[in-house]
Design a protein around this ligand. Sequence first.
Ligand code: FE2
Length: 393
Amino acid sequence: MIPYHYEFVNSVKIVSGMSALENIPTELRAFSARRPILLTDKMLAKIGLAQKVIDACGESEVVFGALYDDIPPDSSVEVVNDITRVYHEMECDSVIAVGGGSVIDTAKGVCICITEGTDDLLDHMGVDILSRRTVPFVVVPTTAGTGSEVTGVAVIANPEKNVKMEFVSPNVLPDVAVLDVRMTESLPPRLTASTGMDALVHAVEAYTCLQKNPLSDAYAYTAINMIRQYLPRAVKDGNDREARLAMANASLLAGVAFSNSMVGIVHAMGHACGGVSRAPHGDCMTILLPYGMEYNMSAVSEYYARLLLPLAGAEVYARTPASQRARKSIEAVREMSAGYAEICGLPARLSQVGVKKEDLPAIARAAINDGAMIVNPVEADEDDVLGILEKAF
Ligand SMILES: [Fe+2]
């Protein structure tokens, strides 16, 4: 059914390929920029990924104004403000982020500060209050999962108040996302699997939550199909370049889907597990997806039935009677997780990822207050969520 009203934004230019990094100078030239600040973290700098980006610009007029590699796993307001200071001091004219979710979110925060002409990000918290961005912004993702390169959201910690702040606006979308196979080749199998499963949850939730629309459906469906085909290959052989590039694309597709249609109860519970018990996001997603799907079954079984084709392939779809396809989709997700548990040790229960039994009530409470719960197809109260968490424990 087509919604009476929906909105869809994806203004990010995508450059994808085996040698996509070499296009960065051309992309900067389009904005008359030639002195970027390069943002990354210590680990990525150490394993040479930031250098790959610098080398790819070597023959061009691009001169890096600064390299800031001190971004922690949980980006914070202080870091954003510090980078903004360096950006101005070194007279940079553009931002290139090389990293995963934290680096990209930090870069989004920096772009907000530069655009708004402020030295403190806290001045600009909120939803849809940001001006149209003025600083050219290129993102090079180094994981295939978050989809941050195409989402209009930045999550940045405010340690003083012990909260994570959300900045939501199409104006934090990057100008260009560069998907280069060399950026994800060194991801170890376990991280490849858990980030890939995160992308799968983005797509499944985007396809089934209340804000879905025909465009987000197209992105989500394609993402799921690619993840089924290519994630096992990328996990088994990190040097499988076709699989790596396909997963970078699948993650981006899923990112566009959920940036426009939102996610649901699986993410609400996953965010809460991260907040209360510090459990890793991708692991929580892998564990919680089948339970979340079971909970939503009564409202969206028709969508789950359709998803059997991308989740399990044509043969399984054809030989499963229509009335059983929705259930079979949940089974297919369980089989996927079990497969990755065997190949690279992905956990199957919350108790394996640092969640304690006594944490569950607090997680349930945090989950029902999470923004993702608003568009979940079935309403849930604290007891409902606690019931799901206990099953997944
Ligand atoms: Fe996620």
